[in-house]
Design a protein around this ligand. Structure first.
Ligand SMILES: [Zn+2]
Length: 361
């Protein structure tokens, strides 16, 4: 199952490191093909996304100064990049929250452009500080999936805590960190040990993961959370609702749901909904599987808890009759909106949004 966050490298690129010449050629081909398809109209969503629902995923929205200190940069876009994306969405789609787009889809009353829902996972404070103004200036609504316990206590999610701690220990060349990473089958000199360790830690039980995060933080000997980072609290979340955005559940504590027992599953799925509804005094009807992980038992729990729809991390767009509890999405990173010289373009983005090119970049 694809992770909530993609496998990333610190250079905001994917996969094995490529030789510079090969990378340049691939970038050139991508730019040329993407722009040619756009100019000829062959990648226009009006052609291939009619009667379908496209759902895009974002996580962090960080200005460049913060992004420079964030150890999982591939799951972040800058406010400028987000603005570019939203502008492109508005050109080709009817855009809104998942709730609004699902209602439009069900009504069949959307004869114009194809539908696109914007979603943000995890509920960090940057969504409020930096995504919200961009959406406001564009007059667009979105869905924000929040973790109810994190909104209660303000604690960063485990993948961010782990990433900050590894980043810090790598900078200090800690021998203990090398042992810690080896334990997870990772070498400190690999292309991106931070992202690899976060991905490997997904297979641990919640207890093991929490203990390893604490172990790493002890190694650092000081709090590692940057001053600018944090989670949205209930006041931020209520303000988002007042703005017209949708708030959905991303569970109570962001566990890997197929790995938890039935009682924990109920608390994570139904309990988070009850907690959120008590805080916002509105129905919460959309769910987002943490890390995208789900199986039949988890989907059934989501249906039983009364959610109308749920999103995964499976790449693709949703046909008219797609099951509403396993909706596919398209995660977007800054590089999908830029050419190889760093200029904003729409060609590569349209190819990515087609839902037919999982490796397009
Ligand atoms: Zn998540």
């Amino acid at each position: 199952m694809a992770p909530c966050y993609p496998s990333v490298t610190s250079e905001r690129t994917f996969g094995k490191p490529m030789k510079p010449a090969i990378r340049r050629i691939k970038s050139y081909v991508r730019d040329t093909v993407g722009e040619s398809l756009r100019v000829t109209g062959l990648s226009s969503p009006a052609l291939w996304a009619k009667d379908q629902l496209t759902i895009v995923t974002f996580h962090r929205v960080l200005p460049p100064t913060m992004l420079a200190g964030y150890p999982l940069p591939a799951i972040a876009v800058t406010p400028e990049e987000l603005d570019h994306f939203v502008g492109a969405f508005q050109k080709y789609y009817t855009v809104g929250s998942l709730h609004d787009m699902m209602q439009l889809k069900a009504s069949g009353n959307h004869a114009g452009k194809p539908l696109l829902a914007i979603t943000f996972d995890d509920g960090q404070i940057d969504n409020y500080l930096f995504a919200r103004p961009v959406l406001q200036s564009r007059g667009v609504r979105a869905s924000f999936f929040v973790v109810s316990a994190a909104a209660d206590d303000g604690e960063l999610l485990w993948h961010d805590r782990m990433a900050f701690a590894i980043h810090h220990a790598l900078a200090k060349r800690s021998a203990e960190l090398n042992r810690w990473l080896k334990d997870l089958g990772i070498n400190a000199w690999e292309v991106d040990p931070v992202a690899l360790a976060v991905t490997a830690a997904k297979a641990l039980t919640p207890g093991e993961r929490a203990s390893r995060v604490r172990q790493l933080e002890r190694l650092a000997g000081k709090p590692l959370r940057p001053e600018w980072d944090g989670m949205m609290d209930w006041n931020h979340i209520r303000q988002m609702l007042k703005d017209g955005h949708e708030i959905g559940s991303h569970s109570s504590s962001h566990p890997i749901l197929p790995l938890v027992d039935d009682e924990t599953l109920r608390k994570e799925v139904e309990g988070s909904r009850q907690r959120m509804e008590a805080q916002v005094q509105q129905p919460v009807i959309s769910f987002c599987y943490p890390n995208g992980d789900h199986d039949e038992r988890v989907v059934l729990a989501v249906k039983r808890a009364g959610y109308a729809q749920a999103v995964t991390t499976r790449y693709g767009i949703n046909r008219r009759l797609a099951p509403p509890w396993t909706l596919r999405r398209i995660d977007l990173q800054g590089r999908y909106g830029r050419d190889s010289r760093g200029h904003f373009v729409q060609g590569a983005l349209l190819v990515r949004l087609s839902g037919r090119m999982p490796g397009a970049r």
